[in-house]
Write a protein that binds this ligand. Structure first.
Ligand SMILES: Cc1cc2nc3c(=O)[nH]c(=O)nc-3n(C[C@H](O)[C@H](O)[C@H](O)COP(=O)(O)OP(=O)(O)OC[C@H]3O[C@@H](n4cnc5c(N)ncnc54)[C@H](O)[C@@H]3O)c2cc1C
Length: 459
């Protein structure tokens, strides 16, 4: 079977790329090893309840009709309407550090006024920083790593404010510890602080359902439970894939969302140094279902990023979970027209992937999950009202879960620290999209799929 493009992975980047290519009449085949779509941002049903794997917030919120915003550009590229995703804006999020809280909504002016109120001597610097971000082109063809911390320090002198701004940005995007590339910092600053958060009432199912329907409607072929075992190449050119069952599919181009090192492992010859290119930032998350809404307990925050110490540390911890900081997300706290069926609070913390991947004994693994999830919840009490007596069900995922269901080595949520912004590989006709191309998150991954499809497969 000869395809125009074979896409490895039916996560958000693969689905978006598939729609784009199928729309332009390409014969496209989307191959997914897992039993369902969505990759890092999927969904499941457990004990009669719906769960989202990864959805805290859809970033890049834009009002309907604001044509200049990335979300609306993305929808146009996918030939979807604003109503298709049915996004409801957040109520209010915050960054909580000892003795200081910064509140934020989808109106950036709230954050600007919060900075002026909490850090009066930094207000001018913050405004100049924002201006520098507004003027910066993160997509310009510049080489080499640019430290975001160095850039920020040209404008801000208070390390507490610096850390409070880095906390949500690192938590929601960074494959590298404690700092990130300025281009990525700018993209994420805009997408989460300036544009903000939203969520469909039905969660990620809504977005995935719309994407699959569109892909199939344009004539794309989706094969679930169909892993790629090997990328076939001849004289430096990729020409097809061998599936886990031994079947061979040929394609003029292969677009892989599996990850940089993960894709390399499908090829005959290595092209990056594996140890350095394998990410190690991962998380444990507890998802608690409650017998009442978080609002009934007095918690109205959508996403709360917190650090128990002023010196925020974002790196692979030396303990199973890092209790110094975390994220508290309440999926109920969006401006929904109707209350959600279930009441949930998710607590997320950085985790040591080696600890979780090395537990062989199933009973021990389950015990460790429970023990550390309880510690994470206890640690968050105070920032969120005590909800422990209201928990009626709980699920917990770890780096092991992420690795098992997405194939990402080390359960690295943000993939490799080495991003391939061009999407090219040493093999002709083999390209990367998604996490390791460099655009992250739900919207970022879709933008990556679209831009790599446009650049390499629609020439
Ligand atoms: C717990 C968690 C919470 C998150 N929360 C948010 C959030 O609130 N907001 C947000 O914007 N982002 C969030 N993210 C990040 C976001 O989910 C990802 O950045 C995005 O989904 C990545 O999409 P992708 O297409 O690049 O990769 P992936 O989702 O990893 O897709 C790759 C796919 O390829 C498949 N695959 C891999 N190897 C093979 C193979 N050999 N053969 C066939 N198939 C293969 C995998 O099974 C997977 O489905 C979260 C992520 C996690 C894990």
């Amino acid at each position: 079977m000869q395809y125009d493009t074979i896409i490895i992975g039916a996560g958000l980047s693969g689905l978006a790329a598939g729609i784009r290519l199928a729309y332009y009449d390409q014969k496209v085949c989307l191959l997914e090893r897992h039993t369902t779509i969505g990759g890092l941002n999927s969904f499941y049903r457990l004990r009669h309840r719906d769960y989202d794997v990864g959805l805290h917030a859809v970033t890049n919120y834009a009002e309907k009709g604001d044509r200049s915003k990335p979300l609306n550009k993305l929808l146009r590229q996918l030939r979807l309407s604003w109503d298709d995703f049915a996004l409801c804006p957040q109520i209010e999020s915050s960054v909580v550090f000892p003795d200081c809280t910064l509140r934020m909504t989808n109106d950036f002016e709230l954050l600007r006024s919060q900075v002026a109120e909490c850090f009066p001597d930094q207000a001018d610097g913050f405004n100049r920083l924002v201006q520098s971000i507004d003027e910066f082109n993160p997509f310009a063809d510049t080489e080499g790593y640019l430290s975001a911390r160095e850039h920020i320090r040209k404008f801000l002198t208070d390390p507490l404010l610096e850390n409070m701004l880095f906390c949500p940005i690192l938590f929601y995007s960074s494959a590298t510890p404690n700092d990130l590339d300025l281009r990525q910092f700018v993209i994420i600053f805009r997408s989460i602080l300036q544009e903000g958060f939203s969520r469909p009432q039905e969660g990620i199912r809504r977005i995935l359902r719309v994407l699959v329907k569109k892909f199939r409607g344009e004539g794309g072929e989706l094969k679930l439970r169909t892993g790629v075992n090997r990328i076939l190449e001849k004289n430096g050119t990729a020409y097809g894939v061998e599936l886990d069952n031994g079947e061979v599919l040929e394609g003029k181009r292969i677009l892989s969302s599996a990850g940089l090192v993960e894709t390399q492992r499908l090829c005959e010859k290595p092209f990056v140094e594996e140890k350095a290119a394998t990410g190690d930032i991962s998380f444990v998350e507890s998802i608690s279902t409650l017998d009442c809404s978080p609002a009934d307990l007095g918690h109205h925050g959508t996403v709360v990023f917190f650090s128990n110490q002023t010196d925020f540390c974002y790196e692979r911890p030396s303990t199973p979970v890092d209790l110094r900081s975390g994220i508290i997300c309440s999926p109920n706290n969006y401006q929904f027209e109707e209350p959600l069926e279930d009441n949930k609070i998710n607590i997320t913390a950085l985790a040591d992937h080696q600890y979780w991947l090395n537990i062989d004994d199933e009973e021990q693994y389950q015990q460790a999950k429970q023990e550390h999830a309880t510690a994470m919840i206890e640690n968050a009490i105070g920032i969120v009202p005590d909800f422990q007596n209201h928990i009626i069900d709980q699920d917990i995922f770890t780096p092991r879960t992420i690795k098992k269901f997405t194939g990402h080595l080390n359960g690295a949520v943000y993939g490799s620290p080495t991003k391939q912004l061009s999407g090219t590989t040493p093999l002709d006709n083999l390209y990367l999209c998604g996490t390791d191309q460099g655009f992250l998150g739900i919207i970022g991954a879709m933008l990556s799929g679209i831009s790599m499809a446009n650049a390499h497969c629609l020439k």
